[in-house]
Design a protein around this ligand. Structure first.
Ligand code: NFS
Ligand code: SF4
Length: 654
């Protein structure tokens, strides 16, 4: 590869080739060419008259057997993806709500309420009384209220009122304020069956509503309740790279999404019985490392190392150094069973709703989490003796030290200082132009990109060089970490304005905010920026953008759609999932702007995306009138603060 230093995924891929281990890149090749109808959303098999195809170019059929046209095909497809993505994040949120209730009742040994402040905040938001009540009593009621959000018969979601009022009005006017979460998911599937909703515009309204039930519902419940149980992320030092696995240790990888499993494994790893067994097995200790979003959860809360992101799960096993990979749900590829057969690695599933044929199963429950976690660790230790040292290959690539753990509370605290946590300094720095805007870089990694291409990391570099502050989550965050972008020294790669701010505040220019469900933190941050004043009246006025370059999961579509429906311009790489239906595509990429003040863009050429994002940021800045340099340059931050004390900012005036 010439002079370029190889990235970990490239190194591992070479190794897997050497060992003749099949990879997702091989299977990706075997799938080429992929079905054109499917790629364009012109395939429907929602009933047994079908499958039906629509011919986009030639003389073939333009309708399904029921008469559904291309826009209906694509509208239904898009809604089903949004509904399915919402179901994933929300069912995860539900599990956390159950855990909060059982913890409060003392029925989940090992777990406890860690962040009482956040509990109080959520209690207030839910209208739960806190005065003269025990913490556990409040927590139980908050958990039950959260569970009600999934199935309440009347009203809209309680967290919606955390959005700026103007945004709530947009939702009301468009008729897309989500009701109970399960109801929106259920209705989405109802409407997309044969003979249901057959107007792509109406279908898209529902895809916004169900996606909002994700962002402001299921995902937000997951994030906030996890913070209550496991702690709100604060900046921590961590490591990311497969190099975190150790030759002389028992290596256990926790893979999936719901942090309750991973937290239990971490707790159990210091159990005396476990420590004793490790030493008896001749190992120096146990390394617990994360993969995919579980990794992000562990990293931002505890600084526990991250072994990799989505497209690296087979590679992690192929180090030959993993005694056991324990998984819960989402983004766990069935292929890892096959990979594990090349090595001594055991794969263990834990949830009744997610078994994999060929894996061992240790059932995990709130009541017996610690026991299950201990059992799993002992299985891993027992397996240590089966490791074939000749097969061990741990890429010794630099293990970048990273700083992660930027919840929206931390950002506020770091910016505003201890006594006056506030977004004021951030807003001021955006107004004075030191920071041009903020980009959320989120989402999956894909074999459609060459290994080592580091598309997210390169985009992040381009943005920070242009004074755009980057917030990142999910596998995109994992890749940015691998790209060495979360080092504090990186401020030298920033434009001069952003550099100054990062230095003053002590943050890296790329902020790791957690897992994919934690994108809800970005919604809250945007809402608070609006409420802080000076940057317009609504989220859609902010110079804020979102991007997902290598999307693959339906969850990514739900996330994109809730950002757009919340007023944030979003660009996705890869193919547009509705490309065979021009009106539907125009609705997403143009007409949605009139409805909700924001829209999608899809761009295959990843290199163009940075410019699209920056153009949008500048457009918003122009509209806010903050690009008139002479007005703003006169005030520095201290003067602005002084000014502010006299005249409180009126939202929307600048
Ligand atoms: Ni998000 Fe996380 Fe990764 Fe994509 Fe999968 S792990 S929830 S879906 S691939 S970012
Ligand atoms: Fe064909 Fe209509 Fe049935 Fe879809 S719903 S498979 S388009 S007949």
């Amino acid at each position: 590869m010439g002079e370029k230093q190889k990235a970990v995924d490239e190194i591992m891929l070479d190794r897997m080739k050497e060992l003749k281990v099949e990879t997702m890149y091989d299977r990706f090749q075997a799938q080429q060419p992929q079905c054109g109808y499917g790629s364009l959303a012109l395939c429907c098999r929602h009933c047994n008259y079908g499958p039906c195809n629509i011919d986009p170019f030639g003389p073939g059929p333009k309708k399904g057997i029921c008469g559904a046209d291309a826009n209906t095909f694509a509208g239904r497809h898009f809604l089903r993806m949004s509904g399915s993505g919402t179901a994933c994040h929300s069912d995860h949120g539900r599990a956390v709500a159950h855990l909060l209730v059982s913890t409060a009742r003392g029925e989940a040994p090992g777990y406890r309420i860690k962040d009482v402040d956040k509990l109080m905040m959520v209690a207030e938001c839910f209208g739960v009384k806190t005065k003269d009540r025990e913490v556990n009593e409040i927590a139980e009621e908050v958990g039950e209220m959260a569970l009600m959000e999934f199935g309440k018969p009347y009203g809209t979601l309680l967290f919606l009122k955390r959005a700026p009022e103007s945004r709530q009005k947009v939702w009301e006017k468009a008729g897309i304020a989500p009701r109970a979460i399960d109801r929106e998911v259920c209705e989405s599937f109802h409407r997309t069956g044969i003979g249901g909703d057959q107007d792509y515009r109406n279908l898209t309204n529902q895809s916004m509503r169900v996606a909002l039930a994700d962002g402001w519902g299921g995902s937000m419940i997951a994030t906030e309740l996890q913070d209550i149980l496991f702690g709100t992320p604060k900046p921590v030092q961590g490591r990311s790279s497969m190099g975190v696995l150790k030759r002389d240790h028992v290596n256990v990888i926790v893979h999936g999404h719901e942090p309750q499993l991973a937290e239990a494994v971490v707790m159990a790893s210091s159990d005396p019985e476990v420590t004793k067994a490790v030493h008896a097995a001749g190992a120096k200790g146990v390394v617990v490392a994360g993969l995919c979003c579980t990794a992000n959860e562990l990293l931002v809360r505890h600084g526990i190392p991250m072994a990799g992101h989505m497209t690296m799960q087979e590679a992690a096993i192929s180090t030959g150094a993993v005694e056991l990979m324990v998984v819960d749900i989402q983004c766990v590829m069935q292929a890892i069973i096959e990979t594990s057969r090349h090595f001594h690695t055991k794969v263990v599933t834990t949830l009744p709703k997610a078994k994999i044929y060929g894996a061992e199963h240790v059932e995990f429950s709130d009541e017996h989490a610690l026991d299950a976690a201990k059992k799993i660790l002992l299985m891993a230790i027992e397996n240590y003796k089966n490791r074939d040292n000749n097969k061990v290959f741990i890429p010794s690539s630099a293990e970048p030290n990273i700083i992660a753990g930027f919840s929206h509370e931390t950002i506020k605290y770091m910016l505003g200082g201890r006594f006056r946590a506030s977004y004021r300094p951030l807003n001021d720095n955006i107004i004075n132009g030191r920071i041009r805007g903020i980009a959320g870089i989120v989402g999956c990694t894909s074999p459609r990109m060459e290994p080592g291409a580091l598309a997210y990391a390169n985009l992040a570099k381009e943005l920070i060089a242009n004074d755009v502050l980057v917030v990142t989550t999910g596998c995109a965050a994992g890749q940015c970490a691998d790209g060495g972008l979360m080092l504090p020294e990186l401020k030298d790669a920033c434009g001069p304005g952003l550099k100054e701010v990062c230095e003053a505040v002590g943050i890296p220019p790329v902020l790791h905010s957690g897992a994919c469900v934690d994108n809800s933190r970005i919604l809250i941050a945007c809402s608070e920026m609006v409420k802080e004043g000076g940057l317009g009246n609504d989220i859609s006025d902010l110079p804020v953008v979102g991007a997902c370059l290598e999307w693959m999961s339906e969850k990514a579509i739900a996330i994109g759609q809730y950002f757009v429906a919340s007023g944030v311009y979003v660009v996705f790489g890869m193919n547009a999932p509705v490309a065979g239906a021009p009106d539907m595509q125009k609705l997403l990429t143009k007409d949605m702007e009139e409805l909700v003040g924001a829209r999608w863009d899809f761009e295959r050429d990843i290199k163009k995306i940075g410019k699209m994002l920056m153009d949008h940021i500048e457009k918003k800045r122009d509209a806010l009138g903050i690009n008139i340099k002479k007005e703003r340059k006169l005030y520095d931050m201290a003067e602005r603060r002084a000014l502010e004390r006299e005249c409180k900012p009126v939202p929307g005036h600048h």
